[in-house]
Design a binder for this molecule. Structure first.
Ligand SMILES: [Zn+2]
Length: 450
């Protein structure tokens, strides 16, 4: 489809900065031109047009840490410490989730994400052939890196799932879907298996990946202070130092590794992350809700580590709203460090867009509004009481915009939401199915306990 988005303010997140009365020209899935409307408009007559007057266009937001299917468990268990929350509540119920449940949960998250201006999700969950997150993302038309989460207690199952995931989905759905290998964490994946998964990822990359479209590693690291103790207890190990040092000693850290959380870090860890080019996904709302602590993000940024943002799962957040995450990220570190100059609005918006793309090694194609990139865009209505008066768009985007202010969303050049109407799926039906699916999941848990 040939399309122009005309008359809005375009926040490019590229060296072109913010363009007032801008125009974005899209052919098929790509942006072919961007600039001032009066300079470019006459060259593109006959194109379909979205009138963006009074609106702000941004690159679609990139959520770098999610467990999309877990929306089915939203609000099921709150206000517990991480270990108790996982072991007593989440894992026993998740055990009963089928492929169908995973699909429904992921579809619900995809819809919520699109309606909040998120166009790419990096998700870690169980890959089940016949019902999974990749299918749900493809159906909703959202971009994503879909992983399979690996645990020591099910190695054979993991290997099989990873092979199927890579061959069925990497680069599929018009390039919307990429896949990743996801060791859950250093305390649930033993050191030998961790190393094996590294080699396994290399093998999968040789077969299915490419330099421009690699199969990544997505893991949880240093989420809480007691993680080294948990690793030692789980695998009867003794080692000195932090989780990051431990992972580095296994030789698994590298530029295709995305580590979620990185809350409990020493200055030495930050140096290692920088040297190994590990990408960090900062999840401030989840970390606060689970009382894990606060990641030293200002120091990571100062050292030059790529830091992106994530919501984490819809039951540790409990929403998939990246605007909320941006605002909390921007104010949290100011408060903790008593320094209002930390994490400026501009920097935080970068973390949710272009830095998110870098963290997923996808920045050649997404993360900014530039010629040649994929047309993944969110159009936000600024004619709202919470967005007037207007001094600087970037300030409002981080501190004042709500997910509900997002009006229209394009992914891969396709309009997936127009004037808040999702085009790819019947939202009402999905909400109904999600409620039924939750009920039947609870029934199975009750049945097991009988
Ligand atoms: Zn997580």
């Amino acid at each position: 489809m040939n399309l122009i988005i005309d008359g809005g303010t375009v926040v490019t997140m590229s060296p072109k900065g913010t363009i007032k009365n801008g125009i974005i020209v899209i052919e098929d899935d790509r942006i072919i031109d961007v600039g001032k409307s009066r300079e470019l408009k006459h060259r593109y007559s006959g194109y379909e047009k979205i009138d963006a007057e009074g609106k702000v266009v941004i690159p679609g937001l990139i959520n770098t840490h999610q467990h999309a299917a877990m929306s089915l468990l939203r609000g099921y268990a709150d206000d517990f410490p991480l270990q108790e929350w996982l072991e007593k509540w989440i894992w026993p119920l998740e055990k009963h989730m089928t492929g169908h449940d995973i699909y429904v949960g992921a579809l619900l998250t995809a819809i919520e994400s699109i309606m909040g201006g998120t166009t790419t999700i990096n998700t870690m969950y169980h890959y089940v052939e016949g019902g999974n997150e990749a299918q749900a993302f493809a159906k909703a038309g959202i971009r994503g890196t879909v992983g399979h989460v690996c645990f020591s207690w099910r190695k054979d199952e993991d290997r099989k799932a990873l092979r199927a995931l890579a061959s069925d989905w990497h680069g599929k759905a018009d390039g919307l879907i990429r896949v990743s290998v996801d060791p859950h964490a250093a305390y649930t994946v033993d050191p030998e298996y961790m190393k094996e998964l590294k080699t396994f990822t290399e093998e999968l990359n040789e077969k299915y990946g490419s330099h421009n479209s690699p199969i990544m590693w997505h893991t949880h690291a240093a989420e809480t202070d007691d993680e080294p103790e948990k690793i030692k207890r789980a695998f009867n190990l003794s080692f000195k130092g932090s989780v990051i040092e431990y992972l580095d000693s296994l030789g698994v850290l590298g530029e295709n590794v995305l580590a979620a959380h990185c809350v409990s870090l020493t200055p030495k860890d930050i140096k290692i992350l920088k040297e190994r080019k590990v990408k960090v996904s900062h999840n401030p709302i989840s970390n606060l809700k689970l009382a894990s602590g606060v990641s030293p993000v200002p120091n990571l940024l100062k050292t030059g580590v790529t830091v992106a943002l994530g919501t984490d799962s819809p039951c540790s957040n409990n929403s998939s709203d990246m605007f909320e995450v941006m605002k909390v990220a921007a104010i949290l570190h100011k408060g903790v460090c008593k320094d209002p100059t930390l994490l400026s609005a501009e920097q935080v918006l970068r973390m949710a867009t272009i830095e998110g793309a870098k963290a997923l090694l996808w920045d050649q194609q997404i993360g900014s509004i530039e010629i040649g990139k994929k047309a993944d865009l969110a159009i936000i209505d600024f004619k709202k009481p919470n967005l007037r008066p207007l001094f600087k768009e970037v300030s409002h985007l981080v501190y004042a915009v709500k997910a509900a202010d997002v009006e229209t969303v394009l992914i891969n050049g396709k309009v997936v939401m127009e004037n808040r109407e999702v085009k790819t799926v019947d939202v009402g039906k999905v909400l109904e199915t999600a409620e039924k699916t939750k009920e039947s999941l609870l029934d199975r848990l009750v049945e097991e306990k009988k």
